[in-house]
Ligand binder design. Structure first.
Ligand SMILES: NC(=[NH2+])NCCC[C@H](N)C(=O)O
Length: 484
């Protein structure tokens, strides 16, 4: 994916991305950290029955969302920037801005969680225990070194990234494949059936199902990867194909990893595992080497994904800076074509958050919940936009017949988006408002650079709601009533 790593600023003559490269991009961004911790993350507050229901809902919902990205790529081929471009086309510049802002924050907070989980995996090797849960002082120091190493690599317009990405993508599928085979062999149906509907302390089945929703969403983040880079695809149809291939491969792996683990260790045992919990599961199945294999697999997988996600994270403010959605300085590139300012701001914030992580001791799971809740609104806006163009038959020249089916898809994806907001619960909605509210300053700067009026009346109302909720949540955080 040499083309991709140039961060969006490559000259026009740059070769376009083909289906293979787009698929590799989706797979490397999608199957990264989440899968290695799925056994614990899913079993933490849910029994086998609820986990199965959770995957069934996720299957339908994410399939609809994948169709939404496919439809939008086909019907609206000239919208750039993927996720936020659609929100802007459908709901105006302020919602477009919020979608870019939310997606961007989700991407880089996700990266913070990546650094944390990499060093958590390192700590399992003897002599490296001091890395703890990935949020100890040595872990944060080493994370910071790694962060800036990636930063300078990308700023220099690395060519080797194509190779790194292909190698890590293939390399991570080996431990994951082995995991599935070995855990399948060790699977015991009696273990799986134990407390099938969850022990009493887990609460109702609905509560258990809800508790899995942020995790299943997290593992699927990246499904929109091909559409973010749609402006660089050779054929628009390939964006949709890469999205669907990524979806099919990942749902099979995710469901298998999480369900097979429940036949090796019981729910409470899984819930108590350290992450990456696939290591603990494989250790129970085959002994110590199993843990080493999965920890090494995670380090390779996330090490590679960090490259893809640093680029994805910077691509959004870069494109938004260029088209006036965000302040213009973010659109600047260096001589190598790398979006330097967008990268610097993104990685500067990752650094700041790593330090915060050190002081408040947040672990991988807290960070991934936060990153996931930030992306829910951008996803919902895409789904609503797909429904909207289907109603208007906008972009359906000569194929109006397809609009009916697309409307069903768009509506189902929107319902799923609302359900995710509900399942995430008010706590994460509030926390995300703390991060949405300050975006207004960036938006105002962008609007004044464009010499445009700041808000329409409706936008003003939305901005006011974001500020009030954001301030309320900040106050709750300060008093300790709300915690990460
Ligand atoms: N750095 C990020 N923002 N990553 C988000 C994607 C998460 C990805 N699905 C994973 O399981 O690892």
């Amino acid at each position: 994916m040499t083309e991709v790593v140039q961060g969006g600023a490559a000259p026009a003559a740059e070769p376009k991305l083909k289906l293979g490269a787009l698929t590799a991009l989706v797979v490397s961004a999608l199957i990264a950290a989440g899968i290695f911790s799925l056994p614990q993350n899913m079993a933490k507050s849910a029994g086998a029955g609820a986990i199965i229901i959770g995957w069934a809902i996720t299957f339908v919902g994410m399939l609809m969302l994948a169709f939404v990205f496919q439809t939008l790529a086909n019907r609206k081929p000239d919208i750039e920037g993927g996720v936020y471009g659609y929100a802007r086309a459908g709901f105006g510049p302020y919602m477009g801005f919020n979608s870019a802002w939310g997606y961007w924050i989700s991407a880089w907070i996700g990266n913070v969680s990546y650094y944390v989980v990499i060093f958590s995996a390192f700590s399992s090797f003897s002599g490296l225990e001091f890395f703890g849960e990935g949020n100890t002082l040595p872990a944060i120091l080493c994370s910071s070194v790694l962060l800036w190493a990636y930063h300078f690599l990308i700023c220099r317009g690395i060519q080797g990234a194509a190779m790194i990405n292909i190698i890590t993508t293939v390399a991570k599928l080996i431990p994951l494949g082995l995991f599935l085979v070995l855990v399948f062999v060790a699977f015991k149906i009696e273990t799986f059936q134990l407390d099938f509907w969850g022990r009493p302390e887990l609460g109702s089945v609905l509560d258990q199902v809800k508790s899995t929703m942020l995790v299943t969403t997290w593992v699927f983040i990246g499904i929109e990867g091909a559409s973010i880079f749609s402006s660089r695809a050779e054929k628009m149809a390939d964006v949709g194909k890469a999205t669907m291939i990524g979806f099919a491969l990942s749902i099979m792996m995710f469901v298998a990893v999480s369900l097979l683990s429940l036949g090796v260790l019981s729910q409470p045992e899984l819930a108590a595992l350290k992450n990456p919990s696939t290591a603990g599961v494989l250790k129970a199945a085959v002994g110590d080497w199993g843990a080493t294999l999965m920890n090494a697999g995670l380090i390779i997988s996330v090490g590679g994904a960090l490259l893809a996600w640093t680029l994805l994270a910077a691509e959004v403010p870069y494109l938004a800076g260029k088209d006036g959605t965000m302040p213009a300085f973010l659109g600047k590139t260096n001589a190598k074509g790398a979006p330097v300012n967008a990268l610097l701001l993104t990685n500067g914030l990752v650094q700041l958050f790593l330090i915060i992580t050190l002081f408040n001791g947040s672990a991988y799971l807290d960070l991934l919940y936060l990153a996931t809740s930030m992306i829910l609104i951008p996803y919902l806006l895409c789904a609503l936009y797909a429904a909207m163009i289907a109603v208007r038959k906008d972009g359906y020249k000569g194929e109006e017949g397809a609009a009916g089916k697309d409307l069903v898809v768009g509506v189902l994806a929107s319902v799923y988006g609302c359900w995710l907001l509900y399942a995430a619960g008010p706590k994460y909605l509030l926390l995300s408002m703390v991060l949405y509210a300050p975006g207004i300053l960036f938006y105002l700067k962008a609007r004044s650079e464009q010499k445009l009026a700041a808000f329409t009346r409706n936008e003003m109302v939305l901005a006011a709601i974001a500020v009030v909720l954001g301030l309320f949540a900040a106050w709750q955080l300060a008093t300790g009533a709300l915690t990460l």
